[in-house]
Design a protein around this ligand. Sequence first.
Ligand SMILES: Nc1ncnc2c1ncn2[C@@H]1O[C@H](COP(=O)(O)OP(=O)(O)OP(=O)(O)O)[C@@H](O)[C@H]1O
Length: 317
Amino acid sequence: MSAIRTAGLTKRYGETVAVDDLSVTVESGEVFGMLGPNGAGKSTLIGMLCTLATPTDGDATVNGFDIRSERDAVRDSIGVVFQEPALDEELTAAENLAFHARMYGLSRSERSERITDLLELVELADVADDPVGEYSGGMKRRLEIARGLIHEPEVLFLDEPTLGLDAQTRRATWRYIERMNEERGVTVVLTTHYMEEADHLCDRVAIVDDGNIIALDTPATLKTQQGGDMLELGLEGDVAALTARLEETSWVESVTATDAGVQVALADDRTRVPDAVRLADETGVAITAIEVHRPSLETVFLALTGSTIAEAAEGDQ
Ligand SMILES: Nc1ncnc2c1ncn2[C@@H]1O[C@H](COP(=O)(O)OP(=O)(O)OP(=O)(O)O)[C@@H](O)[C@H]1O
């Protein structure tokens, strides 16, 4: 069964179309990422899928339940971790989880079993009885993820799960997300501004712009669609002659002059370093430096939205 299925889903705020006629399917067990500039409509989409916002048009099901007519069933089957921390800092980790578990009506024995299990999953068992106010940012995030899982949801929505965390803590958080996906089969839908995160974690990535999904595929396929590597050559000698040779070569997409030499966009995904060296040799040009840039999700994002993810994220911290 598909975890999420939307058909023509639309949300308008006055003149603003926040989500525009969106039809997408997320399969059970997937880690599905959404990347997009500020105001692209990611939060509005999550809001509708969590039944916190009502669609203007279109339909959607989450775990087979209709988001309009079966709101309670949708809510019982999902977990949500928002950007803003929502923990009680005066309570301990175990108390925070217990409070949340009671809201879902779990029995005392269920509560105690799941709290122990989840604190182990996110490696907070040792500090379970410390007040959350004493936790680091990364520990709080992990606790929030554990809290989102307390009622054993089938789908977990994570809005910017590692925003503001340092690189090491971010990687640790990825591990917990992977574990709950792999070991427990939880479907994960996340938004992120970190390309590396989308690349590392997501089975498929949707690039969202202006309320629409403008690209949707596996990170590997999205990158391949952007063409081959970029070669950055430092050169000495007749650069113009080499540029002319490169431009008439079938595996070269384009050549751009740089301060130190040229930048060559490759037309296919093969390694062309030996070919470039041979051409330079034949033209009598010396190569002083070579750098190979692999296509990244950043390049894909830039090509599709016209801005870098850092520009897109500006003001969103
Ligand atoms: N409650 C609201 N009232 C009016 N306009 C809204 C409301 N919520 C969102 N919008 C508008 O809808 C559009 C999409 O916003 P949304 O927050 O969903 O984007 P986003 O991709 O989640 O951005 P961010 O990364 O900043 O969270 C924006 O133009 C926003 O201003």
